[in-house]
Design a protein around this ligand. Sequence first.
Ligand SMILES: *[C@@H]1O[C@H](CO)[C@@H](O)[C@H](O)[C@H]1NC(C)=O
Ligand SMILES: *[C@@H]1O[C@H](CO)[C@@H](O)[C@H](O)[C@H]1NC(C)=O
Ligand SMILES: *[C@@H]1O[C@H](CO)[C@@H](O)[C@H](O)[C@H]1NC(C)=O
Ligand SMILES: *[C@@H]1O[C@H](CO)[C@@H](O)[C@H](O)[C@H]1NC(C)=O
Ligand SMILES: *[C@@H]1O[C@H](CO)[C@@H](O)[C@H](O)[C@H]1NC(C)=O
Ligand SMILES: *[C@@H]1O[C@H](CO)[C@@H](O)[C@H](O)[C@H]1NC(C)=O
Ligand SMILES: *[C@@H]1O[C@H](CO)[C@@H](O)[C@H](O)[C@H]1NC(C)=O
Ligand SMILES: CC(=O)N[C@H]1CO[C@H](CO)[C@@H](O)[C@@H]1O
Length: 458
Amino acid sequence: MTTMRLYHLFTILIFHINFINSLIIPTSFNHFQSLFSYQTSVSSFDDWLSFEKQICINSILGNIGGEYSINKDLLPGVIIASPSTSFPNYYYQWTRDSAITLNLIVDQVYKNPKNTSLINIIEAYIENTMKLQKIPNRSGGVDDYSNLGEPKFEVNLSNFDQNWGRPQRDGPGLRSISIMKYLDFLSDHGLPVTNTNTLHNASYIYHEVIKPDLMYNVKYWNSKGFDLWEEIEDYHFFTSLIQLKSLSNGLEIAKQFNDSLTFQSLLNDSISNLEKFINNDAGFINPYKPYIVSAPTIYQNNKRNGLDIATILASLYTHELTNSSVIIPFDIDNGYVLTTLSSLIADMKIRYPINLQDNLLGVALGRYPEDVYDGYQQTEGNPWFISTATASEFIYRLIHKLRINQQDIVINNSNIDFFKPFINIETENSNENGGLEDELFRWVLEGYSETYRSGWKY
Ligand SMILES: *[C@@H]1O[C@H](CO)[C@@H](O)[C@H](O)[C@H]1NC(C)=O
Ligand SMILES: *[C@@H]1O[C@H](CO)[C@@H](O)[C@H](O)[C@H]1NC(C)=O
Ligand SMILES: *[C@@H]1O[C@H](CO)[C@@H](O)[C@H](O)[C@H]1NC(C)=O
Ligand SMILES: *[C@@H]1O[C@H](CO)[C@@H](O)[C@H](O)[C@H]1NC(C)=O
Ligand SMILES: *[C@@H]1O[C@H](CO)[C@@H](O)[C@H](O)[C@H]1NC(C)=O
Ligand SMILES: *[C@@H]1O[C@H](CO)[C@@H](O)[C@H](O)[C@H]1NC(C)=O
Ligand SMILES: *[C@@H]1O[C@H](CO)[C@@H](O)[C@H](O)[C@H]1NC(C)=O
Ligand SMILES: CC(=O)N[C@H]1CO[C@H](CO)[C@@H](O)[C@@H]1O
């Protein structure tokens, strides 16, 4: 492989990122400003980025009860999906959305540990969680923890009593991941709990709020439930990976709080069983598919081909930017994960009319190929910001991971579908061993090589 060819790879990777971004970032800042009537002097991408970041954070905080809420009636710590109350009515708190949002707020406090406004919001959310965890609902009762699979609540902290796709078994995992991160934050900064009246101390939060969610994962990791899009009942790669992350972080925190060895080994056993389930038994890995099959029973019933942006979301969400002592499989550089993204792109490039224009700068992605939800009702599927932005974040994170670790780039049969558009593999491989069907295709760019390092100059 020549240096030229390598530049080609990086150039196209970077172009690809820009192309994806051109779909989510307005190409003209002026247009953007007039659209939202913000008066600023945005002059460069970096300026735009910090400007946009604050807008995003403020918009998120506007949807959370507390100091920054746009609706002052909203109870502190209640996170609404949207202020929209009709067409569609999203004025509810979803367990999953709230937990993921809270995770981001905890990241903000990590950057600004003295921000008591944000700390109050986080602790109010934990208090609300503690209340909701104690109420039986249509997902089940309190004694066997089954109520914790409830996906959605009214904003006044009462049950949502109408029909819904329930239970959704990723909720307790997502919620505990975020609250454990907050306890890590307190411990890293040597800070006490602020709201000692109801939350007392970190140990109390661990025992009263986190542990029930861990118990839920211990009991139900092997049960089917509804997916993150709230449509199908099955095992779900997203849900399983979230549960594994929650249990693994849970074991670490159980040790920190000197919990019983019995409980630690209960977690430990669930972790190894769930890991085996994810790698082998669930059917996420299928000998006939190069990508991860998101919901294996639905796939076996020929209802779906198994591709879903939820797989990419799962990989991103369970693998942090920083080193973690907890190792979760299917990191962003895993061949199955990479091939899931390239297969989604290959499908949606020709599926959605917006991607069929001339001079297309990128591929706008939807949730999954068979999707018929238009955002309000079932007509036809379409690309979504959440999916397209996820692909973009994924590629940034992949490059970041390779680069900071100076990690070898190994292109082989496990990930060749992902890399194929970026390099001229056919030419490369047209020597004595033949084409892409070659069973032992393997090409390595070593992380310490000059070619590798000079490639990052883009
Ligand atoms: C706390 O964070 C919010 C959101 O980023 C910000 O608007 C506010 O100014 C911060 N407060 C302090 C005291 O830093
Ligand atoms: C909470 O809100 C729901 C939906 O608006 C309403 O039906 C219920 O009566 C309220 N509960 C309380 C305790 O206010
Ligand atoms: C935490 O608070 C609980 C409830 O007030 C109390 O029983 C417990 O001793 C406290 N634990 C620590 C480590 O302070
Ligand atoms: C756990 O036990 C260790 C060793 O006995 C002790 O240093 C530590 O403070 C304990 N942690 C908690 C949260 O009680
Ligand atoms: C945890 O599980 C692993 C794998 O099953 C096992 O090797 C290890 O001994 C277990 N550790 C504890 C503390 O139970
Ligand atoms: C992450 O771990 C690797 C391997 O253990 C180490 O070389 C690297 O310095 C660590 N990075 C950070 C940011 O801690
Ligand atoms: C491809 O390379 C990766 C990373 O070295 C390895 O984990 C994987 O097993 C390889 N796949 C094949 C089919 O050899
Ligand atoms: C199984 C169970 O306990 N269901 C409860 C769920 O919540 C409603 C009220 O919102 C109760 O009436 C049910 O008994």
